[in-house]
Design a protein around this ligand. Structure first.
Ligand code: TYD
Length: 136
């Protein structure tokens, strides 16, 4: 399984009267091996997070609670995704500009990543991102 584009992925949902359960396995439900997990929470109303690209990192974004918008650009092709179902996530390949916005209060945004944190991976300037994207 290998994706070169942003892709919504629906995860299994085990329904139960005691509450639902969702899971994912690396290299099965998501197309990479997990190296790092972090989460964004307590986002004040109106604030955005992200707003950068990674050179060599793939990610899978899950709205563990609440909901938010993921604004993506692949080069100059833009697409927004509203994430609000906890069994549906968004795969984001490397060299994708992405920003998280419109957080509902008490949202938790889980980010699963295939690399360790490394500041050198970041492209934080959109024009620089476009220049690099156009050389690929
Ligand atoms: P950053 O990815 O820049 O978040 P945003 O784009 O939403 O501002 O991360 C914010 C800070 O957290 C930055 O100083 C780097 C640090 N950080 C880590 O130390 N480890 C991590 O895994 C992540 C994602 C961030």
């Amino acid at each position: 399984m290998c994706y070169n584009e942003v892709k919504e992925i629906e995860l299994p949902k085990i329904k139960d009267l005691r509450g639902n359960l969702t899971f994912l396995e690396q290299n099965h439900h998501i197309p990479f091996k997990i190296k790092r997990v972090y989460w964004i929470y307590d986002v004040p109303g109106g604030e955005d997070r992200g707003g950068h690209a990674y050179k060599n990192t793939s990610e899978f974004i899950i709205p563990l609670s609440g909901g938010f918008t993921v604004e993506t650009s692949r080069g100059e092709k833009n697409k927004n995704y509203i994430l609000s179902q906890t069994n549906k996530g968004l795969f984001i390949p490397p060299m994708t500009w992405r920003k998280f916005s419109n957080f509902i209060s008490n949202s938790v945004c889980l980010v699963i990543s295939d690399t360790d944190f490394n500041d050198c991976q970041y492209i934080r300037d959109f024009m620089q991102y476009i220049r690099i994207y156009n050389t690929l």
